[in-house]
Design a protein around this ligand. Sequence first.
Ligand code: KG4
Ligand code: ZN
Length: 348
Amino acid sequence: MLILGVESSCDETGLALYDTEQGLLSHALHSQVAMHAEYGGVVPELASRDHIRRVLPLTERVLLDAEKTLQDIDAIAYTQGPGLSGALLVGTSFAASLAFSLGIPTIQVHHLEGHLLAPLLEDNPPAFPFVALLVSGGHSQLMRVDGVGEYQLLGDTLDDAAGEAFDKTAKLLGLGYPGGPALAKLAEQSAANSGRSSSPDRLFKLPRPLLNSGDLNFSFSGLKTAVLSLANKHQPLDEATKADIAWEFQEAITEVLSIKCMTALRQTGLDSLVVSGGVGANTKLREKLNAATKAKLCKVSYPRLEFCTDNGAMIAFAGAMRFKAKQVENDYGFSVRPRWDLADLQQP
Ligand code: KG4
Ligand code: ZN
C-alpha cells in the first residue's frame, strides 16, 4: 500500500511517499524559515499562502523521486491538527480533493502522533512499549507508549514548552528565529571561546525548574525570566556574555529534560526511551540522554535530524499505521482541528 503524507500545520510544507512493504520511498520539504525570519516568528497568513504555492510542486517531486504516478497512491494521510488553522486547511483541502479525484481514502493524522512515531522510520526501530519524550515548539510531554494510539501521558509542561523556551530566550538575547538552533550554536561558541569544548570560562547559574518535584511535569517560563534578569545585570551585553548565558540556559533545560526522562524510565520499569520533536535535534540534549541511558543499560532512539522537526515522512508513516488498522475516511468532507489533545486520540 502506498501512502502520500501531507504536512502543513505550521511553517513547513512536507510531502512523502511511504510504502507499507518497502518503507519510506521519498520525501520533500519546503521550510518557510527564511520568509518568517524578518518578522521574528511565524506569520500565519503568510504561512498559509506559502503552503498553497508549495504543495503541488512538492507532490510532483516525491512522485518523481519514487518513480510513481498519482494512480499508484492507495491513500492520502494529512495533518488534521493541531496547528495553525489556515495552514492546516491548505494541506487538508488539498489531500481531500486529490483523494476525491483519485477515488481513494484519506487518513486524518494527529501532528504529535506523527512526531511520536517518527523514530520508527529508522533502521532498527524501537519496539513497543517505550517512554517517549516529545519536545517541540508547542509541547513538552513524557508519555508511555504501548502501541499506535496507546499513549498514556506521564508528564507535561505547566507553562512554556521546551522549544518555546528556547525561542523566547533566543529572542531575549537578540538572536534570530527560529531560536532553538541559533541559541544552541551560540552556546557552542561559549565553550569555544574558552578553548575547551566541554565548558566555558565563566559559569553562570540558572535554576533547574521542578527538578526535584517528584513528578514528571516541566515548567520553563521561570527559566526565561531568570535569563532576563541575568541579562539585565550584565548590560550592555557583549557577545561573550551572551554566549555564556546561552550555554547555561541550554545546560539547565537539557539537564531537567534528561533527568525527568530517566525518572520516567524508572517509574514505568521500561528500558527504552524515544525522543522526538524539534528540540530532539539538540546536540547537548542527545549527549546527556546518551550518557544517562548508557549508564542505566537503557536504549535511546531518535529520528534522523531532518525528521525531528516537521516533515511529511512522519505523517505518511503515522497514516500508514492507521491505514493498516483500517482507520480511514471516505466521504471527503474535511475539517481541521487546530486544538487537539493527543489524549483524545483513539486507538486504531
Ligand atoms: O517539532 P517542531 O519542528 O515544530 C513543532 O511542532 O513545534 O519544533 C520546532 C521547535 C522550535 O521551538 C525550535 O526552536 C526547536 O524546535 N528546535 C531546537 C533545535 N532545533 C529546533 N531547539 C533546540 N535545539 C535545536 N537544535
Ligand atoms: Zn511539529
